[in-house]
Ligand binder design. Structure first.
Ligand SMILES: [Zn+2]
Ligand SMILES: [Zn+2]
Length: 182
């Protein structure tokens, strides 16, 4: 494990959330309805309050470009952004244990708005990335036709592709290219 378990969970969850957005014209937005959000939250194991309405969906959708910026900022701007999210939300880190997850950090109450909790959880995780000097683990998918973000939690920093099947597609493409030149 590169980071604490809750940090890694938060980084992966933020990555999946960012990648629900369409970052290219030929990409597909998979967070279009309240039902889509419900599914995302269940898959990612999000606890805490949900209003399950259009306003909540809109707030979470709006959060995606802001979270994506965290992958693109240099260190000092990233620090400003993370600190900004935390102070704006009045974050107060507390150790908690629920649902058999073991001790982990919540920095806003479970009844805070979902998009706020998502932003703060990501910011808390990015704290660890910054102070460990691991910014190079924040990547963009190496596939030529994909702009999704990647968090590389592999020991040898070898992860290049997003979870959307790009690794397989690139392998197939490389194989076909080899066949063609043979
Ligand atoms: Zn928790
Ligand atoms: Zn990709």
């Amino acid at each position: 494990m590169i980071f604490a378990h809750d940090t890694e969970t938060a980084l992966v969850s933020a990555t999946v959330l960012v990648n629900t957005a369409a970052w290219r014209a030929d990409d597909e937005d998979t967070l279009l309805s309240v039902a889509d959000l419900e599914r995302f939250l269940d898959e990612q194991g999000w606890s805490g309050a949900r209003s399950g309405d259009e306003a909540e969906l809109a707030a979470v959708r709006d959060l995606r470009p802001r979270l994506r910026r965290l992958w693109e900022l240099g260190e000092s701007e990233l620090v400003d952004s993370v600190n900004g999210v935390l102070s704006e939300a009045g974050a107060l880190p507390q150790l908690v244990d629920h649902d058999g997850l073991g001790w982990h950090i919540h920095a806003v109450p479970q009844d805070a708005p979902l998009a706020t909790r998502m932003a703060v959880e990501a910011a808390m995780a990015f704290i660890d990335v910054v102070r460990s000097g691991e910014l190079d683990r924040l990547k963009t998918c190496s596939a030529t036709d994909c702009d999704d973000v990647v968090v590389d939690l592999s020991r040898n920093r070898s992860k290049r592709f997003c979870e959307g099947g790009c690794g397989n597609r690139e392998n197939v493409r490389a194989y076909r290219d080899r066949q063609r030149t043979d």
